[in-house]
Design a protein around this ligand. Structure first.
Ligand code: GLN
Length: 214
């Protein structure tokens, strides 16, 4: 089922130009969802690909690899600067790890972009329960629960005073969070057919683009 609020998609107006970090992971799925929602998608692999984008999605994958590649390709530093300057970012799973301020269970030398005032633990669901699906209440997205797919996902171990939890598991562990223009989920809305998180992200992009024009 595809859930979609058409009021967020400005009829006739060109969608915002958003990037998807495309060094590793399931960037194609994000690109497909964002295009379906009317965005113009730029696959970001190098610093110059960041020019002219109004927001970026950092996909799921493997944060240790994404970290190394983003530094090797010279995209990590300019991306950090843009995050600090307020560019909207949506990180899913490994992407959430990339934008978290503090990481637990990293590998030696792992770095992050930071920005989101949370502590995130990698691979928090352990080896026996690496992948699972569950329905989550996400009040910011309406009454209908979000069917969430977790694939070796991280958990938000603590939420700093600047960030706000958006969804928790039944045991209280936080798995979705936002802070101004930053949005992060431990799970993968890009593969579950519910586009509300991407719409929510595009809402932040549109709001910022409008604010920049006025
Ligand atoms: N375990 C991965 C990591 O640490 C994240 C898994 C995912 O993105 N599906 O980066």
């Amino acid at each position: 089922m595809t859930l979609r609020d058409d009021s967020l998609a400005a009829p006739g107006a060109p969608g915002p130009r958003v990037g998807v970090l495309a060094l590793q992971g399931d960037f194609r799925e994000h690109a497909r969802v964002l295009r379906e929602l009317g965005a113009e998608v730029v696959l970001v692999r190098r610093a110059e690909d960041l020019d002219g984008i109004e927001g970026i999605v950092i996909p799921g994958g493997e944060s240790t690899v994404m970290d190394k590649l983003s530094r090797a390709f010279g995209v990590a530093e300019p991306l950090k600067q843009r995050i600090a300057a307020g560019m909207p970012v949506y990180g899913t799973c490994a992407g959430l790890i990339m934008i978290a301020d503090t990481l637990l269970d990293t590998i030696e030398g792992q770095q992050n972009l930071g920005g989101l005032d949370v502590v995130v633990r990698r691979n928090a669901f352990g080896s026996q329960n690496q992948s699972f699906e569950t329905d989550l209440q996400v009040p910011a997205l309406g009454d209908q629960p979000v069917h969430a797919v977790f694939i070796r996902g991280p958990v938000v171990e603590s939420v700093g005073e600047n960030a706000t939890p958006l969804a928790s598991l039944a045991d209280g562990r936080v798995v979705a969070v936002e802070q101004g223009n930053l949005l992060g989920t431990s799970f993968h809305p890009e593969i579950q057919g519910d586009v509300r998180f991407h719409e929510y992200f595009l809402g932040k992009v549109r709001a910022r683009v409008v604010a920049a024009v006025e």
